[in-house]
Design a protein around this ligand. Structure first.
Ligand SMILES: [Zn+2]
Length: 100
């Protein structure tokens, strides 16, 4: 009879330990999912500078074009337009580093 009670106790302990582990696993998984959904939370949100107006904006709100950052599509378009006007006929067919 004693053995049965000990078995019951062991079973109960294992059962509650399993429940607790499952709860911890669920919390861990939820944490991971929120981190994956908001990756900027990991590095605290990096700031980048708009090439047009020099305003600093969080990386996730900025736009990237030609390895430059912009705060909005309007500034990106204006920057690209000005770039085109500054260098109107410089179409390079060859890579300048690839001499010889
Ligand atoms: Zn801007």
């Amino acid at each position: 009879m004693n053995l049965l009670i000990i078995r019951l106790i062991i079973f109960a302990v294992l059962f509650f330990a399993g429940l607790k582990l499952y709860g911890m696993y669920r919390e861990w998984k939820l944490d991971r999912e929120t981190l994956e959904q908001n990756p900027e939370r990991r590095d605290g949100g990096q700031m980048v500078r708009c090439q047009w107006c020099n305003v600093h904006v969080p990386e996730q709100d900025a736009l990237r074009e030609q390895q430059q950052w912009f705060c909005s599509s309007a500034h990106r378009d204006r920057f690209l337009q000005e770039q085109r006007e500054e260098a109107p006929t410089q179409h390079q067919h060859e890579d300048p580093d690839k001499r010889d």
